[in-house]
Design a protein around this ligand. Structure first.
Ligand code: DQA
Length: 146
């Protein structure tokens, strides 16, 4: 079973981007740790990051055919992309919404997520551990995978 870790705009700049908010670890080092975690649960893990909304939609549509579930940090698209929301609603596999920062104690516009209602659940505010917690959540939903 494969889990897709999908990251949206600007998350490729982790480690460099606003380290006071997102920390100083790169996406590569977080991905490496997730690979270990996922493997330990018996999953294959694939990463995809893109800054373009359409590419994220394409990957979500493909995921319905080749993945058991998705861990998704949609970045700023979270707050206004109805197209991503519709893409998530269009596929039957579970999607977990993830944010590294606590979106509820930042600017008002970040308090709105248009994708939350179509995701299984949301994890926000734990830095890289938000992704790790999402693995546990997905593993539980998928019935301990394997
Ligand atoms: C983010 C929060 C979003 O508001 C922001 O636009 C991001 C990252 C997070 O992981 O905390 O790009 O999704």
């Amino acid at each position: 079973m494969k889990i897709l870790v999908l990251n949206g705009p600007n998350l490729n700049l982790l480690g460099e981007r606003e380290p006071n908010i997102y920390g100083d670890e790169t996406m590569q080092s977080i991905n490496d740790e997730m690979l270990e975690l996922g493997r330990g649960m018996g999953y294959e893990v694939e990463y995809f990051q893109n800054n373009a909304e359409g590419r994220l939609i394409d990957r979500l549509q493909e995921a319905r055919l080749d993945c058991a579930g998705v861990i998704f940090n949609a970045g700023a698209y979270t707050h206004y992309s109805y197209a991503l929301r519709d893409a998530i609603a269009s596929i039957k596999i579970p999607v977990i919404e993830v944010h590294m920062s606590n979106v509820d104690n930042r600017e008002d516009f970040r308090k709105i997520s248009v994708i939350s209602p179509v995701c299984c659940g949301s994890i926000s505010g734990f830095g890289k551990y938000s992704y790790y917690l999402a693995f546990y959540a997905l593993n539980n939903i998928l019935g301990e995978g394997k």
